[in-house]
Design a binder for this molecule. Structure first.
Ligand code: ATP
Ligand code: MG
Length: 408
């Protein structure tokens, strides 16, 4: 197992998740469409890829489409077409159906060209028909197929911000639902994944029924035992020696087992040893690296992604401001209390319509996205690293909510 701190992992580099894989595998084999959610960097793409790899070994077709960059349904279908390309029986059949756009044979073009040509042939008027044809061809295969649409909620959020966005989102989800209902017997299974919750989005739009056919599955962190096992496995494969208490000390520091944080911490520890010409990582290095490295510029750089995902997820300026207030308070005061929530509602009443309701909605989203969780006195961060980082980045200028006058 290699130390990997960025892209998705699979095969040898994929650690554990056996229980989760067993559940997902069974659900998919039984023909259930799955909605896979989980906090940022929890390993969603990796588990989807690993599941696909295992299903493929069992003669399943596996299609993976990352639709994060899509701006309309036409792009989504083109990305799916790129994934379909290697299955020649479908791609050439589909090229025939869109013959006007395919002057050369399918063998002469790359998967990416195939995507571009399909995209050129799609318009607002035709995407439903062609998209339907493409997925129907997949469902017609002798073997069952799993299609993963990764980051679908980001695409929907982006579409929501366009003119007529609400209707476009509704149209897309209704089309998908209608189509999937036509495929019976588990011949075609869809898995939607993403760190921004689809559920709060459709709830806000009042169209929850468009996704109620999905089986929801939330990917959580590794527990202490698995985290320590993973760290020990990484240590076995490292060129730098790692003292036996280090794994435990890392878990104590992080207080949760978010796979990317675990991998990132390990990589920084071994880099630290090399930088200081140490031949081993010692338990004393753990605190040092946490404070000076993970919370320092290198770590901040990586954690900035959390902030950008939050902007993608909330979009609306006022909701974002409220979210930043809540997170700054929770990071500096440990808990965002019910009293702070009431006070924030009063403070924002003059500038935000229905401030208390909006705050409840934002809390709901933050909880759903895995930033915070309910605790005795209110809400607190789920991850200590994220909390400490948030405090380091935004804490200095944060005036505790109960000490504030009204917002102007
Ligand atoms: N099962 C695993 N075994 C080992 N490392 C893992 C595992 N899952 C995730 N990781 C670590 O987390 C990183 C991110 O994984 P991945 O891209 O799958 O997460 P994600 O939840 O899809 O992230 P994002 O929210 O950015 O889409 C990997 O580079 C790796 O360091
Ligand atoms: Mg991902």
């Amino acid at each position: 197992m290699k130390s990997v701190t960025g892209p998705w992992v699979s095969g040898e580099d994929f650690f554990d998740r056996e229980n989760e894989l067993q559940i997902l595998d069974q659900r998919v084999r039984d023909g259930n469409h799955v909605l896979l959610t989980g906090q940022r960097r929890m390993g969603k793409t990796s588990i989807a890829m690993e599941l696909g790899r295992r299903l493929q070994a069992d003669e399943w077709g596996f299609l993976f489409a990352d639709v994060e960059g899509a701006t309309g349904p036409e792009d989504v279908i083109a990305v799916i077409a790129e994934a379909v390309y290697p299955i020649r029986s479908i791609s050439s059949r589909f090229a025939k159906a869109m013959h006007r756009w395919f002057t050369e044979s399918i063998e002469e073009i790359s998967a990416y060209d195939f995507r571009l040509k399909v995209r050129a042939g799609l318009s607002e008027e035709t995407w439903q028909q062609h998209g339907g044809t493409l997925l129907r061809y997949c469902a017609d295969l002798a073997n069952p197929v799993l299609l993963v649409l990764d980051e679908l909620p980001i695409f929907l959020k982006r579409m929501l911000r366009q003119k007529g966005g609400r209707q476009k989102v509704d149209e897309f989800l209704s089309w998908l639902r209608g189509l999937l209902q036509q495929f019976s017997g588990g011949s075609f299974v869809l898995m939607v994944s993403g760190s921004i919750g689809l559920t709060p989005l459709v709830r806000r739009l009042g169209i929850s029924d468009r996704i109620n056919y999905f089986y929801p599955f939330q990917l959580g962190p590794w527990n202490r035992e698995v985290t320590i096992e993973c760290l020990n496995r990484l240590a076995e494969n490292s060129t730098v020696k790692v003292d036996s208490g280090v794994a435990n000390a890392v878990y104590e520091r992080l207080d949760t087992g978010i796979p990317h944080q675990v991998q990132f911490f390990f990589a920084r520890l071994t880099d630290h040893a090399l930088m200081h010409s140490q031949d081993r990582v010692a338990v004393e290095d753990v605190d040092d690296v946490y404070h000076n490295d993970l919370l320092g510029p290198a770590g901040q750089n990586y954690l900035v992604h959390y902030e950008s995902r939050l902007i993608d997820g909330l979009g609306d300026d006022q909701d974002l401001t409220i979210a930043m207030e809540i997170l700054a308070e929770a990071s500096t005061k440990d808990v965002f209390t019910l009293e702070a929530q009431r006070q924030l509602g009063r403070l924002y009443l003059p500038i935000v319509d229905n401030a208390p309701d909006r705050i409840s909605e934002v809390l709901d989203i933050l909880e759903h996205e895995g930033y915070i969780e309910a605790c005795g006195g209110g809400r607190r961060f789920t991850s200590r690293l994220l909390k400490d980082w948030w405090a380091a980045r935004f804490g200095n200028n944060h005036v505790p909510i109960e000490r504030r006058g009204p917002v102007r």
